[in-house]
Design a protein around this ligand. Structure first.
Ligand code: SPV
Ligand code: MG
Length: 436
């Protein structure tokens, strides 16, 4: 007999709804009125990839499932806070948390239930369905420009620090899309891609001086988008002439790029890591603000972001100059600030971040720790950074291996000696879905 008075709590993410979810809900219905604690983006983001659907979209699905009486947000991966808040008579969970990385969450949920006399009901885990297999299917399903573009704002509102890595072609992007490492029971992944002017130019054998035209950059990104689903931040160099930038904003936005970062330089741009060793010029504040305003006005929707990259530290002009510029760029309406540095230690960007955060508690802040690579993500997060970009590392990993291989083949007059260091043909064939 259904006990209509009792409340039964289930914590769920429900991205792709499957029969495993329904099995649990059906079991819960036998014990009373079902309340779903629907995990928010922020609750999920710390442990795995953001759900494909937004919280509101998932809520719409869940509240229409027979037997579900109420849907409430579960803001943490832990069940305890909601159990203490709603004090349901029962909580239902699959047996998949009896051992392994989820076991500590069972212990803390039980502790919360015991405080007020709630009961735990465990239902056998549905074996023929796996959320991680589903996640792979999501990748196969692909995405749309609108969904991909909007993911950046979702990341910013659900993660303190998002992690981006350079991708200069589709294969490097595939590696970045799928790379994962389990650390402390959580799965770490890259949140998206950086389209670097340096590595894009290098991949085409050209210098990093804005020599690649926008169509060539966008064609490369379009190829990357053909085989991936994660969001992309584009290094748009100086943005070019303001009138051109307005047009390029439209093209970037339409393709599904989430962010365009433009740097405050003018004239012939050189790579920032050269610093003052080469002749390059920092743009005046007002014309750069005008470019920001024009770019913002050119956008069709709110999701596409323009972030200003401040080069004062590259030009050895000091933190105060950088801060003065940050204030002006923020007033021009920019969606975030990237502070660049070529120092070995992160001290100057920490100093900048400290003062910046006093005036701008919420404006996204971006770090590119190429030269100050001693810094950890944890430290960046502590200092108020929201995005970390590993700007050139996949390219720098790949090409020394090619140089070495070419040299070894020349030296030995055959390829046998270098073969053991190469990816096997079998692995090459298995790398790309659909090759067989
Ligand atoms: C890039 O990756 O192209 C950048 C970052 O702009 S840096 O090379 O450090 O200038
Ligand atoms: Mg660049």
């Amino acid at each position: 007999m259904e006990n209509q008075k009792a409340t039964v709590y289930i914590g769920m993410t429900i991205d792709i709804l499957h029969h495993g979810h329904i099995n649990i809900i059906e079991e819960a219905r036998k014990h009373g009125q079902v309340m779903i604690g629907l995990l928010t983006d922020a609750a999920v983001a710390d442990h795995k990839r953001l759900p494909y659907l937004t919280w509101e979209q998932r809520k719409k699905i869940v509240e229409n499932i027979a037997g579900v009486v109420q849907v409430v947000p579960q803001e943490e991966w832990e069940y305890g806070p909601n159990l203490r808040r709603y004090k349901p008579d029962f909580m239902v969970h699959g047996t998949d948390w009896l051992e392994g990385p989820l076991a500590p969450y069972r212990d803390s949920a039980l502790a919360a239930l015991n405080e007020y006399g709630g009961k735990l009901i465990e239902v056998p885990y549905t074996r023929d369905v796996s959320s991680s297999a589903m996640a792979e299917q999501l990748v196969a399903l692909g995405t749309t420009p609108d969904i991909r573009r909007a993911t950046m704002r979702r990341l910013l509102s659900s993660k303190p620090l998002s992690r981006f890595i350079e991708a200069h072609n589709p294969i490097s992007a595939l590696i970045a899309e799928h790379a994962r490492a389990e650390v402390g029971g959580k799965v770490r992944q890259f949140d998206g891609f950086w389209s670097s002017s340096l590595t894009d130019s290098t991949a085409r054998g050209k210098p990093d001086i804005e020599a690649l035209d926008i169509n060539s950059r966008l064609a490369n990104i379009s190829d990357i988008f053909d085989v991936t689903t994660k969001p992309l931040i584009m290094d748009a160099d100086t943005g070019g002439k303001t009138e051109h930038f307005e047009l390029h904003v439209r093209s970037m936005e339409r393709l599904g790029i989430s962010v365009s970062i433009i740097e405050d330089k003018c004239g012939l741009k050189k790579n920032s890591l050269f610093g003052t060793d080469v002749c390059q010029t920092q743009e005046e504040i007002e014309p750069f603000c005008e470019k920001i305003r024009a770019g913002r006005a050119a956008r069709v929707g709110e999701d596409f972001m323009i972030i200003a990259r401040i080069e004062s530290l590259i030009f050895d002009k000091g933190v105060n100059d950088a801060l003065r510029r940050a204030v002006a760029y923020a007033a021009a309406g920019v969606d975030g600030i990237m502070i660049h540095s070529r120092k070995k230690a992160p001290d100057e960007i920490f100093e900048f971040a400290k003062q910046f955060r006093n005036s701008f508690p919420n404006l996204p802040l971006v770090s590119v720790p190429t030269s100050y690579n001693v810094v950890t993500e944890e430290e960046l997060e502590e200092h108020g950074f929201n995005i970390v970009i590993y700007a050139n590392h996949l390219m720098r990993a790949a090409y020394p291996a090619m140089q070495k291989t070419a040299q070894q083949i020349l030296r030995h007059g055959r390829s046998l000696e270098v073969d053991s260091e190469l990816m096997s043909i079998k692995d090459v064939l298995e790398l790309i879905p659909g090759t067989k």
